[in-house]
Design a protein around this ligand. Structure first.
Ligand code: NAD
Length: 375
């Protein structure tokens, strides 16, 4: 079996991926690196992986084929370019970059290197996303009429680079499912910022807004709306996806782990208005598309029962980010093994991230309409 050697860099959230790479049948050697030496040591000891003392060491190691970056946001652009320029495939957590120029640099580095770039967007590999895609492809949903996304999360006391971050710079979780389901790309954005927050929070990024909301126009004519809050806004955590179809609609539950509402539109003959009915629906886990060795990570390895994966989904509540982690690893690894582009490549990742950057720019200009560049 063909195998690749991988380095995982940044082991905070990134630590979730170490064991998945270790168990993936197409991964050979795994190196890990975190600037915090104790964290690197913990992963070396816990999983028997090889530790490194710098990114440089990884980039100079000819035996490493691919690097997965899960480092702080301000480092993504520079580190991604360095990985690609070192002739290695690169996966990076969201957001791709924090400026349009950053996205352009990554796109150019990717094209020059001929290697793969993948933006590791969790919301595109959740079991909820797989389910809606299935509803769309089976015709159950009908035509998409409108899309909506949300990401409400309070970031107080997170690492300093988060403080005052423009909400739409990290709009990817709210924007990505809309772009992916639209079958198109976002071409134009109108954004607004709202509310006020502690003056200290406004300084780092010159951003006055705790909440941003934007309307997106897709190239195929569809429209969508996304709202993102980061500070001083009382709302339960939610990375929500809302898809309004001509036959059925999918609306995320109130909290992030709540089941969705499925609304069905039915004919009442010649009577005024169609009838609507709704149900709260359980969804299947989509673990079976993965190699057996990593299926359990869709629910968190302790909760997985291979004989009853559906029941274990309820116990594990999706293993963090709704089962997406092993799907992300699998897509990145298999795109390299199969010598093809990954699904969330520099173009899709650039549109998702770029639309958010333009939404913030529009908000700063009080709703001026902004064209999202093609990368
Ligand atoms: N759902 C998602 O997709 C999702 C969820 C959480 C975090 N993230 C992203 O993951 C990234 C990391 O998040 P986090 O919460 O772990 O952040 P964090 O800042 O808490 O931790 C980052 C880790 O990287 C290490 N680090 C810092 N600089 C480094 C460097 N130059 N080289 C190697 N390691 C370095 C730190 O010591 C730390 O252990 C962020 O960019 C965030 O946007 C994405």
């Amino acid at each position: 079996m063909k195998k690749i050697n991988v380095a995982l860099v940044g082991l905070g959230f990134g630590g979730c991926f170490a064991e998945i790479y270790k168990e993936h049948p197409n991964v050979g050697k795994i190196k890990v690196f975190d600037t915090n030496r104790n964290i690197t040591e913990t992963f070396v000891n816990r999983f028997g992986l090889e530790g490194c003392s710098s990114l440089e060491e990884i980039l100079n190691d000819d035996t490493i084929d691919a690097v997965h970056l899960v480092t702080p946001i301000p480092l993504h652009e520079e580190q991604t370019v360095r990985v690609l320029e070192a002739g290695k495939h690169c996966a990076c957590t969201v957001p791709m970059a924090t400026s349009l120029e950053g996205i352009r640099r990554i796109t150019e580095a990717k094209r020059r290197s001929g290697k793969n770039y993948m933006m590791m967007e969790t919301t595109l590999y959740t079991y909820q996303f797989f389910y809606v895609k299935q509803m769309l492809e089976s015709g159950e949903l009908g035509r998409i009429q409108f899309l909506r996304g949300s990401h409400y999360q309070d970031m107080s006391n997170w690492p300093s680079y988060w403080m005052g971050l423009p909400p739409m710079w990290y709009g990817t979780h709210a924007i990505a499912p809309m772009v992916a389901l639209s079958g198109s790309r976002i071409k134009r954005v109108v954004g607004f910022g709202s509310g006020s927050m502690d003056k200290e929070l406004t300084k780092q990024y010159n951003n006055p807004f705790p909440v941003e909301s934007a309307l997106f126009e897709f190239e195929n004519g569809l429209k969508g709306e996304a709202t993102r809050s980061l500070f001083e806004t009382a709302r339960m955590y939610q990375e929500g996806m809302f898809v309004y179809g001509s036959k059925q609609s999918f609306e995320w539950g109130f909290r992030d782990n709540d089941l969705p509402y499925i609304t069905t539109l039915g004919s009442t003959g010649n009577n005024r208005g169609a009838y609507t009915k709704y149900e709260i629906r359980e969804m299947p886990n989509f673990h079976s598309v993965l190699p057996p060795e990593i299926q359990r990570f869709t629910v968190g390895s302790d909760s997985f029962d291979p004989l009853n994966p559906q029941e274990s989904l309820k116990k594990g509540a999706g293993g963090g980010h709704h089962g997406s982690h092993p799907h992300l690893v699998h897509e990145f690894v298999m795109s390299i093994i199969e010598n093809r582009k990954p699904w969330i490549d520099e173009e899709l990742g650039g549109n998702i991230t770029g639309a958010g950057i333009c939404a913030h720019e529009s908000a700063l200009r009080n709703g001026e309409s902004i064209i999202v560049p093609v990368f």
